[in-house]
Design a binder for this molecule. Structure first.
Ligand code: HMG
Ligand code: MG
Length: 298
């Protein structure tokens, strides 16, 4: 036991579900969040206050946030792209939001319909007002290794965008490998570069698992000092504006890795596996966690 703690940010109810074409019922979403809470996850991204025309699956975000106990030790967070989303999140009782930008100009336009510079103008106002509301703000940078439209992205650009976002007042910057193409050496170099601008304790990693490298990337990231990891129960998910990208790394696999390295996570793996296999069944998908399958087979 090394007594260190790895904070897992469970993004399944948001990143995991946003790309499901069939609308998942409000009751199923709420049940998922409550089960995940019961697993001991410290942070759950529960909703997304984006345009329902862009992402219909997240249209019931206000009701989801209203239905959660915001004074629970588990923190519930939501994506917010603009002032409109912030006001809705605030009205619903949200205590934390996440803004999301990109290191790729084309992805920014496809995902949030504006350039990177325009996005920062919006973020500045959103962060300022969120702080006035007493909310904390997390920041995402997408396409930290590659973009589905532009290809390879320079880590200098990623470091610059991340620093701009951190300087706005985000307490944590999550580095998103949106299309899941990173390899461990690239992940390591990226974290070294970005952490020359932002303390490593304020960084998180967010790997999609398209090429099956996510768990190896997380291991490399932990070796570089990363202690916050985003993941999705059962490996659900994908981004609607990054065609072909698969789900996030499965939370079950991250928990197994972290515990195996002697870290604490506060997460009960057995309960998490029951939750992961249940939601996979609800969605009619094969259960996408290797660690989860192994636990079930025992
Ligand atoms: P827009 O069309 O440029 O915005 O979209 P607009 O201000 O012109 O508004 C258009 C319509 O949307 C209006 O309605 C607005 O009221 C409404 P209308 O007058 O036509 O009836 N609207 C809203 N409704 C509800 N909530 C709002 C909101 N804002 C406007 N907040 C916008 C701009 C940003 C809204 C749009 O592009 C959008 O919603 N994009 C979100 C895309 C998205 O959710 N992508 C997935 C999440 S990011 C991700 O997955 C990556 C991540 O996981 C990290 C990684 O893996 O890299 C985080
Ligand atoms: Mg993502």
């Amino acid at each position: 036991q090394n007594n260190g703690f790895i904070k897992i940010v469970e993004v399944g109810p948001r990143d995991g579900l946003q790309n499901e074409s069939k609308i998942v019922s409000f009751e199923t979403k709420l049940e998922l969040i409550n089960l995940l809470t019961n697993c001991g996850l410290p942070v759950i991204e529960a909703a997304s206050f984006v345009s329902p025309k862009w992402v219909p699956q997240m249209a019931d975000s206000s009701n989801i946030i209203k239905s959660l106990n915001q004074s629970h030790p588990t923190k519930y967070t939501s994506l917010v792209p603009n002032q409109r989303g912030l006001e809705m999140a605030h009205k619903a009782g949200a205590k934390e939001i996440a803004i999301f930008g990109a290191a790729s100009e084309t992805f920014s336009r496809k995902n949030i319909n504006c350039s990177i510079d325009e996005s920062f103008e919006k973020f500045e106002m959103v962060v300022k007002q969120a702080k006035d509301f007493g909310m904390s703000v997390r920041g995402y940078v997408s396409c930290v290794v590659a973009c589905p439209y532009e290809g390879k992205i320079s880590s200098d650009v990623v470091a610059d965008i991340s620093a701009r976002m951190f300087d706005l007042g985000c307490y944590e910057i999550s580095l998103g490998d949106t299309i899941g193409v990173a390899t461990p050496e690239e992940s390591r170099n990226l974290i070294r570069k970005v952490s020359t601008h932002i303390p490593v304790e304020n960084l998180a990693v967010h790997f999609h698992d398209t090429y099956g490298q996510a768990i190896a990337n997380i291991y490399a990231s932990i070796q570089e000092g990363i202690r916050t990891v985003d993941s999705s129960v059962a490996g659900l998910g994908g981004c609607p504006y990054a065609v072909g990208a698969s789900g996030n790394v499965a939370t079950e696999d991250v928990v197994y890795l972290a515990h195996g390295l002697g870290f604490l996570t506060g997460v009960n793996l057995e309960k998490l596996v029951r939750t992961g296999s249940w939601i996979s069944e609800e969605l009619g998908r094969p259960y996408g966690s290797k660690a989860g399958q192994a636990v079930l087979a025992k």
